[in-house]
Design a protein around this ligand. Structure first.
Ligand SMILES: [Zn+2]
Length: 381
């Protein structure tokens, strides 16, 4: 592996660092990294790794760029809205450094394709935002003995670590053996995230990758770094390997990839067939248009969200006040509950049913679906 004169000039600030030098830069050039997700975390990761001269970067993302991504996903520009994220990422990376080989995988990582996706790379970086993919990435990396550079973000807080049982550290399952019950931990789409936060956590992940590539410094193996942007504080937890861990422990029970949607309690998407607990936004519209049906629609989002977007004629009863105010509702009336994407209204439905409400249903995909399918004048947020 040699560097051209153009590369020597490009990487000169690395080459004059004794800890990197020519040998380290060659190791960076020889490295290959698979970046799972080209979103908030994937953006700074891919851009900095490209700038630093990582030889091969793989990008896995099946999604397309949405306006709501641009607040933090700096790989993509306004002109990319509607395009494949993987394609857009490739273009940005090539613009930063044409020496980088970019391989895009315009697909969702799954138990079926994960091993083929991961096998050709030295290092895997987790830039995902959901639990099934996070456990899948973890297990695949443990099985393949690849370092898994982990990061996650929510609202103003983030965390990062390097999971690598083959280097002596724990894996993600040692830290979190079980996923949270579905709906318990809101996603960034539901709970929000400060736009710059994935920039900070993603840069920490990119730093760890470069250190792994050059073999210098002390990595985050065995340590969980916690960051709070509001307090501007970093904390650190020591992580130990769990000998009982089902994937990296002494007697592993997981020896091949499993069904991660099922493991995380998420019903497979392939069956949109009538869920008796759910109604569509079209059915919600019928209920609003025809009061003789006797169906009431209640919005369970918070007041600040109601201020951003609301459906005419739908009153607000925020989820945070539901426990103290549910007696304002009539247990014999039929209610359709609305939130942003359908997760909180599902919890609200379960709560009301426990209180004896028999005819409560959840509006599938929430007010965002209303905005997409019924009334575009309602802002999508
Ligand atoms: Zn483990």
């Amino acid at each position: 592996m040699e560097l051209t004169n153009e590369e020597i000039r490009r990487y000169s600030r690395h080459l004059i660092l004794p800890e990197v030098g020519l040998a380290g830069q060659k190791r960076i050039k020889a490295a290959s990294v698979l970046c799972i997700g080209a979103g908030g975390l994937g953006s700074p990761i891919a851009m900095y790794l490209a700038a630093a001269g990582v030889g091969k970067i793989g990008i896995v993302d099946f999604d397309t760029v949405d306006y709501s991504n641009l607040q933090r996903q700096i790989l993509h520009t306004d002109a990319d809205v509607g395009r494949s994220k993987a394609e857009s990422a490739k273009e940005t990376i090539r613009g930063i450094n044409p020496n980088v080989e970019v391989v895009i995988h315009n697909t969702r990582i799954s138990s079926e394709n994960a091993l083929d996706l991961i096998r050709p790379y030295d290092i895997v970086v987790d830039g995902t935002d959901n639990f099934p993919t996070r456990y899948l990435t973890n297990d695949a990396c443990v099985l393949f003995k690849k370092p898994n550079v982990y990061g996650s973000i929510f609202r103003f807080e983030g965390q990062a670590s390097v999971f690598a049982p083959h280097l002596g550290g724990p894996c993600y399952r040692c830290l979190y053996p079980e996923p949270p019950p579905p709906g318990m931990v809101p996603s960034c789409a539901e709970g929000g995230v400060l736009g710059v936060l994935p920039g900070i956590i993603g840069c920490i992940q990119a730093t760890e990758i470069l250190k792994l590539a050059i073999g210098r410094g002390s990595s985050l193996v065995g340590r969980l770094l916690l960051f709070n942007a509001l307090d501007m504080k970093f904390r650190e937890l020591k992580l130990r390997r769990d000998p009982q861990c089902p994937v990296c422990g002494e007697h592993p029970t997981i020896k091949e990839l499993i069904d991660y949607e099922m493991f995380c309690g998420i019903a497979p998407e392939s069956q949109p067939a009538a869920n008796p607990d759910e109604v569509t936004v079209q059915e919600m519209k019928k209920a609003l248009d025809d009061p003789s049906l006797g169906i009431k629609v209640v919005d369970v989002r918070e007041a600040f969200e109601y201020e951003i977007a609301r459906v005419e004629g739908v009153p607000l009863l925020p989820m945070s006040e539901l426990r103290s105010r549910f007696t304002e509702l009539d247990p014999n009336t039929q209610y359709y509950l609305l939130c942003k994407v359908g997760a909180r209204s599902h919890s609200a439905m379960e709560f009301l049913r426990e209180q004896g409400f028999k005819y409560v249903k959840n509006v599938k995909d929430g007010i965002n679906a209303w905005s997409d399918e019924i009334d575009r004048s309602v802002p999508r947020y």
